[in-house]
Design a protein around this ligand. Sequence first.
Ligand code: SF4
Ligand code: MG
Length: 330
Amino acid sequence: KTDFAERAAIALGAMRKPPVVHALDDVSLDIRQGEVVGLVGESGCGKSTLGRIMAGMLAPTEGIVLRDGADVAGLKGRKARAMRLRTQIIFQDPMSSLNPRRRVGDIIGEAPRFHGLVDKAGQEKLVAELLETVGLQPEMAQRFPHQFSGGQRQRIGIARALAVKPDFLVCDESIAALDVSIQAQIINLFMELRERLGLTLLFISHDLSVVQHISDRVVIMYLGRVVETAPVDRIFEAPNHPYTQALLDEIPRIDRRNRSFATIRGEIPSPVNPPKGCHFHPRCLHAFDRCRTERPQLKRLQAGHESACHLNDLPPSQQPLKWEENNEML
Ligand code: SF4
Ligand code: MG
């Protein structure tokens, strides 16, 4: 009996043992001060993990995060705290991150007060300023979160993040839960704030079209790896990686002659056991033998444009038609 119970327990333990997931695999990302980087990929590609690591909420198992040249993990005490305040993260669902029993003024003013950045009177003034900064009225400080719309709640979330005077914001699907018209308003707000406060932004989204108007540069991730990075116009005009092309192809557009150039096939594979070689090969229209065994490395195509695809090593005569040749604008 004991033996059976023991064996059952061992079997259960084995079943419960979580699989090892390499959420990020050899990812290197640098962001310049004042830059807005759009980080795009399907869910499970590791973009949120990367965002949390960059925001200092999660320590990488390997590798380092440098801020102004200093290893963030090496900072202690006051310096570590100051560094954490400099980066704020804004999540998708403002309701779940706003305490329903507290007034908005307290929600926004809590962190600066706690960290001794303001006193009681200073807090009220700061909250009023922040509410105006995000396009709300100062009187709204007296209200509770449920008295606001989804878009207004996201503005409150942004005001709360700004309250500790960060210079870097990580926006993780910050507008994904909002109606399209409200999304545009919040994007405009981010663009305004960036101008006014000189913020650096990492804008994470599963939707390439969302990052188009706000980003200077776009980074595309697939199953824990960066597959392409380029200035935003380049990504939209001349995407190189078949995965990027497939993402672009999913954006409905009326000015495109030829749709379904690289429509994405199948589901995203599990990150627990990603395909060998190029992770994208089971879904790629252009996959060839080498793709199934050898990992493609990021390769510089031109200044600021890198892509990890074996097609770039083929002679031009064997390469598929370029996206831009196939997608002349009307
Ligand atoms: Fe497709 Fe091969 Fe390029 Fe991967 S390396 S994107 S499978 S062509
Ligand atoms: Mg996510």
